[in-house]
Every structure is written in C-alpha cells, then in structure tokens.
Design a protein around this ligand. Sequence first.
Ligand SMILES: [Zn+2]
Length: 167
Amino acid sequence: MRCPYCGEDSDKVTDTRPSRGGELVRRRRECLHCGRRYTTYEKVEEPELKVVKRDGRRERFDRVKIMTGLEKACEKRPISHDQLETVVARVETELRNRLGDEVESSEIGELLMQELADLDDVAYVRFASVYQQFAHTDQFTDALRRLREERRRRRTRKKPEEGQTLF
Ligand SMILES: [Zn+2]
C-alpha cells in the first residue's frame, strides 16, 4: 500500500482488527521507507448485480430506485417503511442467490408484484399499472385476475391471512 507521506510502496502491517462489527478490517501499517504509520480499511467487494432493461440496456441494481417505486405504489396505504425495506432486502437476496450476475428487469417486477400481492391490494394494482404500463382497461382487469390467482396459489401453500380484501 503506497505510503501517504512519502509515496513509497513498501510497508509492514503492525496491527489488524475488525471494525464496524466485522464489516471492515482495519490495518495499521508502517512505511518501511520513512517509518511513518497510517491506517487502511479493507472491505468485501459486493458482487455487482446488473439489471437488463426492456430495451436491452444494462444498469446497476439500484435499491433506492426500487424503494422509490414501491413507496409510490404504497402511498397513503397502511404499509410501513420497514415493511418495504424488508421486501427490497428479500427480493435482492433472492436475485443474488440466482445463478449469474444479471437479472431481467421483468424478473424484479414479478418478484415485487408477488410481495405486494401479500401486502396490499391497492398497492399491488398501482404497482402493476406503472410497471406494466397499462394502456388498456383490459390490462387492469388482467392485473386483478392475476392478483386473485396469486392469492389462490398462496392459499394452497400457507394459511390465509385474516382481514378483508377489496375484490
Ligand atoms: Zn513513507
């Protein structure tokens, strides 16, 4: 590691310890040229996840962007910020556990729709209308049909949740 004082690239590590709960490793180094000491921090490089958009362009997976979309869909709905954070984290983990470092934006959309189907009917339909860019009313009807199907599929997997639905 190049010395910040004299610029020489020869040093020895004098101390190594975890920092920020293990997220970082902090190392004290001593320059073998000028003898001064400095500190470096080492961090795991998070594998980059790329999103392939509809038009074929690729961009970095962006949690903030996903969160913004969800918040818009859930505006004035009884869904907390924490719930949405959990959704984003779960979807991201699911995507990162898949093979490869690229995902289609449509896959993200589908996962988010599944999550919203569990959370809130109104948010689901709002999100679907933006995500699928409804141009016709029959697409809206289609989204409702898919929500019901999604529910039915879930009911076979787990017990239905208490509470009323809109449809
Ligand atoms: Zn030096």
